[in-house]
Ligand binder design. Structure first.
Ligand SMILES: Nc1ncnc2c1ncn2[C@@H]1O[C@H](COP(=O)(O)OP(=O)(O)O)[C@@H](O)[C@H]1O
Ligand SMILES: [Mg+2]
Length: 246
C-alpha cells in the first residue's frame, strides 16, 4: 500500500508547493511510483514547481467527476514514475465532494508508492480535506518565530481532527540562522511540540528553476535540492542526518 503525505502550513508562502514538488521528483528519481495532487484549489501552482506548466494537466476534480480516469493523470515529461493531478481552476472548494476525494486516495494507495498532496494553508478551504485523508502530514514553516508558532497551531488543529503523524519541515534557513539556532529534533519538540523532519536552505535556485519551467532537482543537486532529497529518503524510512547549512 502506498503512503499519502499532505504538505500543509499555518500561513501561505512557506514553501509547501516548492518542497512537495522537489520531494516528489526525488522519490520518483529513486524509483518510487509517485502521484502528485495539487489540492490548493483556486491557487494551484504545483505544475509550475514541477516544470509542467505548459501541459494543461487534468485535475483531481476531473477524476472525481469521471471525466477522466486516474490512469490518465499527466505524466512528467522528463522524470519517469511521476504523475500529476492538478487542482481544478473553475470549481470552488465547496463544490468538491470530500468523501469522494478520500475514496480516490484509496485507489491511489493501491497503484502508487507515494501520493504527495500540496494542500492549502491552514486557515483556508481545502486544508481539512487534503489532510484528513493523509497517512502523514508535513507542516512547512519558515524559521521566524511567528511562522513556527503558526505551524504549532496548525498541528494542534490537525491533532483535534485525529491526526497523529505530524512533523515539521523548516524551510529557507540561511547559514546565519543555522549557526544561531540549534536545529535539533529535541529543541523543536520543546519549542513548538512538533518533531523536526527536515530542514531546507534558502536557495536562489528555487526561483531560477521555476522561472525556467524546470524541476529543481534537474537544475542542481545541492542546497534546497539536497534538503528535499534527504526528506524523500526519510519518507522511505532511511536514517539521514540533518543537513548542515553553511
Ligand atoms: N528554499 C527556498 N529558497 C528560496 N526561495 C524559496 C524557497 N522555498 C520557497 N521559496 C520561494 O517562496 C515563495 C513561496 O513558495 P511556495 O512553495 O509557493 O509556498 P506555498 O506553497 O507554501 O505558498 C516562492 O516564490 C518560492 O520561490
Ligand atoms: Mg502553494
Amino acid at each position: 500500500m502506498g503512503q499519502v503525505i499532505a504538505f500543509t502550513s499555518g500561513k501561505g508562502g512557506t514553501g509547501k508547493t516548492t518542497i512537495c514538488a522537489a520531494v516528489a521528483c526525488c522519490l520518483a528519481a529513486e524509483g518510487c511510483k509517485v502521484l502528485c495532487i495539487d489540492a490548493d484549489v483556486g491557487l494551484r501552482n504545483l505544475d509550475i514547481s514541477l516544470g509542467m506548466r505548459e501541459l494543461a494537466p487534468i485535475s483531481f476534480a476531473d477524476v472525481l467527476a469521471d471525466r477522466y480516469s486516474l490512469s490518465e493523470a499527466t505524466p512528467h515529461p522528463d522524470i519517469p514514475n511521476l504523475w500529476l493531478l492538478t487542482a481544478p481552476v473553475a470549481e470552488k472548494p465547496e463544490t468538491i465532494r470530500f468523501q469522494d476525494f478520500g475514496a480516490l486516495l484509496e485507489t491511489v494507495r493501491a497503484h502508487f508508492d507515494f501520493c504527495l498532496i500540496d494542500s492549502a494553508a491552514g486557515l483556508r478551504d481545502g486544508f481539512h480535506f487534503a489532510s484528513s485523508y493523509a497517512d502523514r502530514i508535513l507542516v512547512i514553516a519558515t524559521p521566524d518565530p511567528a511562522s513556527l508558532r503558526d505551524a504549532g497551531e496548525t498541528a494542534d488543529q490537525l491533532s483535534l481532527m485525529g491526526k497523529h503523524d505530524i512533523k515539521l519541515i523548516v524551510n529557507r534557513i540561511t547559514p546565519a540562522i543555522f549557526r544561531a539556532l540549534d536545529w535539533t529534533v529535541d529543541d523543536m519538540m520543546d519549542e513548538i511540540g512538533l518533531p523536526l523532519f527536515g530542514i531546507v536552505p534558502e536557495d536562489p535556485n528555487v526561483v531560477l528553476a521555476a522561472s525556467a519551467n524546470r524541476p529543481l532537482i534537474l537544475c542542481t543537486d545541492r542546497r534546497a535540492s539536497l534538503g528535499c532529497l534527504h526528506i524523500a529518503r526519510r519518507l522511505r524510512g532511511e536514517k539521514v542526518p540533518l543537513l548542515r547549512i553553511r
